[in-house]
Design a protein around this ligand. Sequence first.
Ligand code: NAD
Length: 503
Amino acid sequence: MSSQINEAVIRDVITEVLSRLGSNGSAVSPAPAPAPSAPTASSSSYAPPSCGCNSGRSGGKHGVFATANEACDAAQQGFLQLQKKGIAARRKVEEIIKTMCADRAKEWGRIELEESKIGRLDHKIEKLQIIGLVPGVDWIRPDARSGDHGITLEEYTPFGVVGAITPSTHSIPTLAGNIVNIVAAGNSVVFNAHPSAARCAAMAVREFNKAIERETGIHNLVCIIEEPTLDSFKELCAHEAVRLLCVTGGPGVVKAAMQTGKRAICAGPGNPPVLVDDTACLKRAAESIIQGASYDNNLLCIGEKEVFALEHIADDLMQAMQTAGAVRLNAAQLDQLTRAAFTFKEGQGAGCPHPVVNRDLIGKDVSVLAEAAGIQVPDGTDLLFAETDENHPFVDEEQMMPFIPIVRVGSVDEGIRAALKAEHNYRHTSIIHSHNVNHMTAMARALDTTLFIKNGPCGAGLGLGGEGYLSFSIATPTGEGVTNPRTFTRVRRCVMVDNLRIY
Ligand code: NAD
């Protein structure tokens, strides 16, 4: 009998405890489990081979490795070290990258130009001086919800190791900006740089790591493959530790990244058109076009590449461009430059030879282009231009030279249609100079680009003279837009049921 009572009492107690637990978890308060000191599998389950020390150092030196596999293994260790050191270490890394880029801009800008041989020294330097404008740790703030059923926190948490591909057009600036974003989000990173600007990228990684090691004790947070190849790209993408890709480059690498099966944030090609209507301030339009299209010899993916101007203001616009210092080519000079700037491959294109940009002229100085066109231009000339039709190769191809074609159009509708065709659905950047909101709206809707700038140079779209923030990786085909620390995070939700709401 007594054992029956005992069993009934015990059953009741258990039922009561379970029901109270179900409705209010605070009914029992066991001692809290200690927070795990080592990272858990939630952020990355990949366990790299141990190198026999706690620093994460392996075959490479200061983050520079011979193979992608070594670099990825080391970066995984770097990630784990960063996880232990917390937000303060992320802040320190952000400060190191920004300060070093500003302090060494002149030296590193020169080194990058000497290696890549494209662009302009003044702008190579400036692109490093402005890395301070790239958003960092302050952008990683949780979102919270509070209500009758308690509180919920959505945290922006790291993936682990990010694989990043950088372009020849701005090697160190893209690398530095990516590091600020990626590490601010708590990740480590492995770079496969463009082969024609890989030595300067490796040098920067080495210098960054020396400072990071000294200031935080973390090794191999930022890694790079010393001699990048297509094979090292494939090895990097296939490595188990790499959870996310950040690809900045042209159509080939975007396609390759999307075929890897990994999630890829792709900052792809552009061919930004500019439309100028008859309500625009032509002086402002001319000066903006020159500023944007000549920047670093037109290497920017956001840079103005072709202009469509309403017929009855086209002459005035071209006059304004000459007044602002651009040099106009006549038809014969344009023809000569076109033959130097493009080769026409038989058998490609629909019935006619397809133009292919001559890499020898990409990013070259105005004086080199002028020589190819058979003229001399005054020192300090930033941009050449000429009138063309809308089917000209300079309109159709992303040419990346300090030359811009101007096309007359009969109406705004015709200009929008031609701009859409020239943009090739990259959905990257488009620009209008106008004070007519209907024209602005129509172009914005038709072009559907990631950046749409009104009445300013392209740089305004990245916070340089317009409101906003800077990044050298604008994710266009994959839709993340101007990349920032949140782009490199996993959103994780932490829920407290029926408690901790404080009113
Ligand atoms: P690129 O495509 O030649 O090279 C970019 C990177 O991809 C390099 O590291 C290169 O080695 C690698 N690569 C190229 N083809 C590859 C392939 N098939 N498989 C694997 N890797 C490959 O570009 P680039 O000439 O250095 O840079 C200019 C291009 O990048 C332009 O099209 C420009 O618009 C674009 N770009 C875009 C952004 C953006 O934010 N959207 C920024 C800068 C440059």
